[in-house]
Design a protein around this ligand. Structure first.
Ligand code: ASP
Ligand code: MG
Length: 416
């Protein structure tokens, strides 16, 4: 029997009514002859609420206990969904991440899946049951602790299960119709993409498009899993994420992403000699702080300023680490700012089309938007700008690359 792996996000199971609607959809898939494995997120804003709860009792909650707490959110939704399916008369069982053999490293709150041991899932499917799986959680290989996979981690649970079970497609059900050329809340004329390549999707997701956890895209590309991002409120085709692009090959730029979770740090007047950048960034890497943009500029003959960005959430940790290192290196000070955002364009066609960067900068210049930092790769260009200017910048760039809905084509819709 064909194995179908589906994932339902938090907004898709946000209320008892929605849980019932998802149950019907799953039962429908089952009754049309598929073996169904459905991965679910915590209901609505449960994870945020649990995090807020933790902060009320502790200023720095131990990560192990955070995982113990956060993993409960998904356990609520799997049990309720299984009950709703049971009510519809189909055999079903709910299972936690550890029960379905999601084996991770022991990096609590941002664990990485090392392997999947799908025997339990297979045997439940063989009994004719629908299997409901708690996303976002696993079991650490070395010490059998409950771990969580980082925000949005249910996507990766679903992709990893699809890979382990040899499913053709992993369906990610969400509250939007697919992957758009920009966030439709910012650009109402944004267009749904029929296809996007792994590389482009990985950039879009990493640069701020929250529709998929970047790690799930990486996992899918490594294991050749096709992802179908689609709405849980309609039966429309969504966006296929896969190796090759089939439909929209002629697009140089496929989308504009933006990210408002950005903080900038400047380490001033560090000595201009070998080993300085290594000292700073290895200290951050050791504490698992992800550094994004990096610029080094020479001011005087033997000193330089080192500027870099991290997520705003990582800023306090980063400053703690950097203060010590800066003193040790004899820097004259450390500055930081948070009122910043990053806008990016993504497209595999950029490498072979000159003038793409110029067109992006022109769009910003025409609106009088100042660019603070630029970074590029083969398939993306990012600009750091003032936070307030982000929506206007996204719209201007979207327009400059003609990404909007064509005449006669239906407008992008966001539900829920
Ligand atoms: N519930 C987790 C979160 O909110 C995981 C997920 O939804 O994928 O990040
Ligand atoms: Mg998500």
């Amino acid at each position: 029997m064909n194995i179908l792996v589906q994932k339902y996000g938090g907004s898709s199971v946000g209320t008892p009514e929605r849980i019932k609607a998802v149950a019907s959809r799953i039962v429908e898939s089952r009754r049309s002859g598929n073996s169904v494995v459905a991965v679910v997120s915590a209901m609505g804003d449960t994870t945020d609420e649990l995090i807020a709860l933790a902060r009320q009792v502790s200023s720095k909650p131990p990560k192990r206990e955070m995982d113990m707490l956060l993993s409960t959110g998904e356990q609520i939704s799997i049990a309720l969904l299984a009950m709703a399916i049971h009510e519809l008369g189909e055999p079903v069982i709910s299972l936690t991440g550890p029960q379905v053999g999601i084996i991770t490293d022991n990096a609590h709150t941002r664990a990485k899946i090392l392997r999947v041991e799908p025997d339990r899932v297979r045997s439940e499917l063989a009994k004719g049951r629908i299997v409901i799986v708690a996303g976002f959680q696993g079991l650490s290989r070395d010490d059998a602790e409950i771990t969580t996979l980082g925000r949005g981690g249910s996507d990766t649970t679903a992709v990893a299960l699809a890979a382990a079970l040899g499913a053709d497609v992993c369906e990610i059900y969400t509250d939007v119709d697919g992957v758009f050329t920009a966030d439709p809340r910012v650009v109402p004329t944004a267009r749904k993409l029929a296809d996007i390549s792994y590389g482009e999707m990985l950039e879009m997701a990493s640069l701020g498009a929250v529709v998929l956890q970047p790690r799930s895209v990486e996992y899918a590309s490594q294991h050749g899993v096709v992802i179908h991002v689609r709405s849980s409120f309609s039966s429309n085709e969504g966006t296929y994420v896969r190796g090759e692009k089939t439909v929209e090959r002629d697009m140089v730029v496929v989308g504009v992403a933006h990210d408002t979770n950005v903080a900038k740090i400047v380490v001033m007047d560090v000595p201009d000699r070998p080993g300085v950048a290594h000292r700073i960034f290895s200290a951050l890497a050791a504490e698992q702080v992800n550094v994004d943009m990096i610029v080094q500029s020479t001011k005087q003959e033997n000193t330089t300023d080192l500027l870099f960005t991290v997520t705003r959430d990582d800023l306090p940790r980063t400053l703690e680490i950097i203060d010590g290192v800066a003193k040790e290196l004899g820097a004259s000070g450390v500055l930081h700012t948070t009122g910043l955002g990053k806008v990016s364009i993504v497209g595999a066609g950029m490498v072979s089309n000159p003038g793409v960067a110029a067109r992006m900068f022109e769009a910003l210049a025409q609106r009088g938007i100042n660019i603070q930092v630029i970074s590029t790769s083969e398939i993306k260009i990012s600009c750091l700008i003032d936070l307030d200017a982000v929506p206007e910048a996204v719209r201007a760039i979207h327009e400059a690359f003609n990404l909007s809905v064509d005449e006669g084509q239906s407008q992008a819709k966001v539900a829920g």
